[in-house]
Design a protein around this ligand. Sequence first.
Ligand code: 13P
Ligand code: SF4
Length: 326
Amino acid sequence: MNILNTEISKNGFISLKEKDLNFKNEINKLKKEKNAVILAHYYVKGEIQDIADFVGDSLSLSQKAAETKADIIVFVGVHFMAETAKILSPYKKVLLPDLNAGCSLADSCPDNDFREFILKHPDHTVISYVNTSAKVKALTDIVCTSSNAVKIVESIPKDKKIIFGPDRNLGNYISRLTDREMVIWDGACHVHSEFSLERILEQKKNNPDAIIIAHPECPKPILTISEFVGSTSALIKFTKESNAKQFIVATEPGVIHEMKKLSADKFFIPAPGEDAECACSECEFMKLNSIEKLYTCLKYEQPEIIIEEKIRKKAYIPIKRMLDLS
Ligand code: 13P
Ligand code: SF4
């Protein structure tokens, strides 16, 4: 294996110039040598999903990270997901192939502003979506994901007031489902909040048999026209079990890879965003991950996720509460 011609760039990521490497075989070899596990989110490129040891949504990935016996976790997803793995498994080395893989939703909730928000609403139980930084989790009473948000909200006694952050669309959706009033942080994901209602309705007109399905991070008008709303895993399960043959999918189109695997006879149409130039709505952060970066990351064991222990300990408590309830 020729790994000459490598160089380390400013952010610590090692880029490969040698293109003729058989990355997949090398990744498998390194995985065994180093007792590493590759965890990937359904939004990453299909070719990466295919070589991962486990592909899942935020909840199942955090459960895997908590229980794995591996020495190294390579988290092919975005930063908050790898951070959650590190919070749960502090003695393992947690790697993220590209440190620039952030999340617009997590970024819409800076910890200092969230702290002030909490101070303005004393006596509230703070529920934070997993799409948050470790520092925001450290300010939180209980974490949730889109898979378990209803259950988490319903676990809070009815007489307790709730702060929900950072996703306003998910927060409002859960508030309607549970009939609980909540103080909701005004954050959003740039992918899910940008779907075009008009263009989806146009798709439906052209494909009248297609069922519209959406992730609850989408705004209310998109959820209202959707025949099914659910987390990433729930959407995948729905398309597998449904008798319908066509679906308009209003979430990150990476999930279609798994949907097609489970239902080769069905047809999936990615819902379009507002940008008329683009047919779909990809999360560019998730798509920063590549096989090459995964290889170099595993080979050189960097970039590594490091969290200050004081923050990690505080952030662990609300994640553990969520896992215990899930
Ligand atoms: P899930 O919790 O459904 O995996 O969603 C994660 C995410 O980033 C949604 O945009
Ligand atoms: Fe974050 Fe949105 Fe990308 Fe999910 S799709 S990781 S919420 S930016």
